[in-house]
Write a protein that binds this ligand. Structure first.
Ligand SMILES: Cc1cc2nc3c(=O)[nH]c(=O)nc-3n(C[C@H](O)[C@H](O)[C@H](O)COP(=O)(O)OP(=O)(O)OC[C@H]3O[C@@H](n4cnc5c(N)ncnc54)[C@H](O)[C@@H]3O)c2cc1C
Length: 374
């Protein structure tokens, strides 16, 4: 006889951990299956650690709503549980006239999304705040910040465990089959193949989440769930620059990302990045030949930097629903009941602002799980 559980979560990134933490509050038997040796080794530890305000996304999108809600929940969570963060504030800068018009649209978008503390800055106002930044105009977002995402991951993991969640590491989910009112979840570990029956399956498999949906029987081409990988590289800047700029500085956004930004971490180190290049395979190396591109992008608004002060640092890969040149795509967070898969909850395309939105996403999924048991 196969073991029977209530909820199987596939993937122990920040979203799987937060979801486990949320739903383990009840009496349910929750298991998290993770193919790596421990939690948080993929996108959740390869990002900018920025707590976004919620400016960029169309109003009423999940990205906008869950970012605004998640930001406020995340700051509270950090305060309550001693997770380090800094509300540094952020300035989105315009380096040209076109970009100045773009900023005005962004400002309006942010206000529509409920980000109420934004201020449009003239060149003089911006200079007063950040004398070393060169730009024609800016938007000040005081509620943007950075956090220690590793401590957040550890906190969510230990809390979920304390509440009874079982974590099974080194175990890759390789099959999902609907059988009666349950799913047979098949997995592979060092010992071979094994299975459990679960009433609810939550797919938080990040870069693999489209394939997990396909394994369960969803036609991902028809559903629009196929992911594109979009790589973001970072370069670090010499420590002599540390105190030249105090806020996060972002350019006007690009098509696939938020643009190469200046980010000073909690440890004071300064990073430039991430870039946005669509790639076919997952490879976290940083291509040193991209240094000139980073330099050119950042030099536009940070005139003091020198090429030789950039060093390749790290990279992450965005699980994007939006292919090259395509328009906005929202997070997919769906209970697939209507598609004929009651109890299957898919989270696909959880790119930025996924980290910020984490607590709000977990609540949203928690409500779906409650419906499955009512
Ligand atoms: C370059 C970059 C910068 C970013 N910057 C920010 C930022 O500043 N602020 C912000 O809010 N967001 C940011 N994000 C987005 C944020 O990092 C993600 O939204 C978030 O980390 C997604 O977490 P996740 O749990 O969905 O995915 P992941 O962390 O990728 O976790 C998925 C897990 O599923 C596991 N898995 C996959 N397949 C299987 C399987 N078959 N069986 C078992 N386990 C499996 C994987 O091993 C992995 O551990 C950034 C992303 C990138 C790439």
């Amino acid at each position: 006889m196969l073991a029977e559980i209530d909820v199987a979560i596939i993937g122990a990134g920040v979203i799987g951990l937060a979801t486990a933490h949320e739903i383990a509050q009840g009496e349910k038997e929750v298991f998290v299956f993770e193919k790596n040796r421990t939690f948080g080794l993929e996108t959740s530890s390869r990002n900018s650690e920025v707590i976004h305000a919620g400016i960029y996304y169309p109003e009423d999108s999940l990205k906008a709503k869950l970012c605004v809600e998640g930001r406020s929940l995340l700051y509270k969570l950090c305060d309550r549980h001693d997770i380090a963060y800094k509300k540094l504030g952020k300035i989105i800068v315009a380096a040209s006239e076109n970009e100045t018009a773009q900023l005005e649209n962004l400002y309006e978008q942010g206000r529509k999304n409920g980000v109420e503390d934004l201020t449009l800055l003239s060149q003089t106002e911006l200079k007063k705040l950040e004398p070393n930044v060169e730009a024609r105009a800016g938007i000040l977002s005081p509620s943007s910040g950075i956090l220690d995402s590793h401590t957040l991951l550890k906190f969510l993991y230990s809390q979920a465990r304390e509440k009874g969640t079982e974590f099974v590491f080194g175990t890759e989910v390789v099959g999902i089959e609907r059988m009666g009112t349950k799913y047979r979840v098949e997995m592979r570990d060092r010992e071979g193949i094994s299975s459990v029956f679960s009433k609810v399956v939550i797919n938080t498999a990040g870069l693999n989440s489209d394939r997990i949906a396909q394994l369960a029987g969803i036609d991902i081409a028809k559903a629009g769930y196929r992911l594109h990988y979009c790589k973001g590289e970072y370069f670090s800047l010499d420590s002599k620059y540390r105190n030249l700029v105090s806020r996060l500085i972002y350019p006007a956004p690009e098509q696939a990302g938020h643009g190469i930004h200046w980010r000073r971490g909690l440890d004071g180190r300064v990073l430039l990045g991430p870039s946005a290049n669509y790639v076919e395979a997952i490879d976290y190396s940083v291509d040193e030949t991209h240094k000139q591109y980073f330099y050119n992008s950042a030099k536009r608004f940070l005139p003091f930097i020198e090429l030789e002060d950039l060093t390749p640092e790290s990279a992450g890969i965005r699980p994007k629903l939006q292919g090259p040149g395509e328009g906005f795509r929202d997070f997919v967070i769906t209970h697939e009941e209507k598609a004929g898969f009651p109890g299957l909850i898919n989270l696909i395309g959880i790119e930025s602002p996924g980290l910020t939105a984490t607590p709000a996403i977990a609540r949203y999924v928690g409500r779906m799980v409650d419906e499955c048991f009512n």
